[in-house]
Design a protein around this ligand. Sequence first.
Ligand SMILES: [Zn+2]
Length: 483
Amino acid sequence: MSPRPPLRLPVDGPGEQGTVTLRFLGAARTTTGSLHRVRAPQGDVVLDCGMYQGHRAEAEQWNRELPLDPGRVKLVVVSHAHIDHCGALPNLVRMGYRGPILATEATCALLPILLRDSAKIQAIDLERVNRGLPPHERKQPLYTDDDVEATLRLLRETKYGRDAEPVPGLVVRFADAGHILGSAAVHLTVRPRGGRDVRIGFTGDLGRTGVPLLRDPEPLGECDAFLTESTYGDREHDDESGMEERLAEVVSRTAARGGKVIVPAFAVGRTQLLLYVLHRLIHDRRIPNVPIYVDSPMARAVTQVFRDHEHLFDGEARQFVSCCGELFDAAKTSFVEDKHESRALNGLEGPAVVISASGMLEGGRIVHHVIHHGAGPRNTLLFVGYQAEHTLGRRLLDGERIYRAFGEQHELRCEVAEIPCLSAHADRRGIAAYLEALPERPARTFLVHGEAEKMDSLKGYLASRGHTGLAAPAPGEWFRIGD
Ligand SMILES: [Zn+2]
């Protein structure tokens, strides 16, 4: 088990001193709430400002009281738009931060969708929690729409591969991390006046090579300190090159018996990957030209951002655009907007694919589709992503056939299929390859964003490959860099 982060950390590392120091605050021996702080002569630089997701009380206190002094922070750099890397930004702004927030162009386009949705979810959640409570006991949201809008005004778009120096002596360069659209590995150079440069590399979340749609991770420059994620630090992914073939089989088989394929999928990344692969399969006549319904307003908005950034995709995808004109819209693809249209899908006749969120059946419109279509033996419930323990998705995948949802009991009578589908994170070989592609070995390598046992396993693996200076810091630990 990963240790829970302490509920409160002091704003300064105990005894912290040095020209440049690096302190680990969130995603330290755990996977959520990515937050690292560099103290430089120019001020503090914050790498990621993610939402910590965990038990309610603990998460609430951690996210509300970020261990940062907003007056000292001069620059925030965001690696990508996943909420565990950016979801606490409005909170930092609510605490008083008014400096620049650097992110790639696609991340800047995704952040409004993700952060506004996060504020909305909090408002809905609080309405439920506060129902019936007297006014003085009512909880306040971590942040509101106004905090989100104030945050978005601080965004500073930065292209991959170009130096940005938003604060004199603090130079940032982004490399494509190949994890989701817009994801970046960050290279930060601190130029102390009169001293030598101190260079810090941070993977954010590191993607994989050879996945459809996204470009492979691009290497970073020289680093004195290197921070790498370690989500799958103990694992080597299976060969998933048969994913398209298996998707084709499931869709063809279900369509042949006149059924529908119901796919729970996250609105950011996974949905677009599916749309792209389905479009290609239809184009190549490997599956019938079935109607595809995307039932998630967020997926619709995110897909538009993907369309606007086609130049960031891999060569194969760009070639597909030039031959077909479009990446995500097969001939019969529709995006369902309101709840009325969503309900109308229940009456749909004939084969179809319905993609909806949430990805683990924890709520959202997909649950209605599973209740309705899951009762039909001709249909298929298809899982394409990781299903966490205790979620409805995991229970159905594990064979549960009588389940409760929305206060009632239901029976699942359809086929259940799973395609182990292209994890968005590099495995330990990918992490090692990325580290070994640096122009020289960094003096220190810090493992972040992983459960403790996965980090320890990765540390052993990297040590066996001759890497030294490895650490998996606990929350609040700090290190001098570049001495
Ligand atoms: Zn991520």
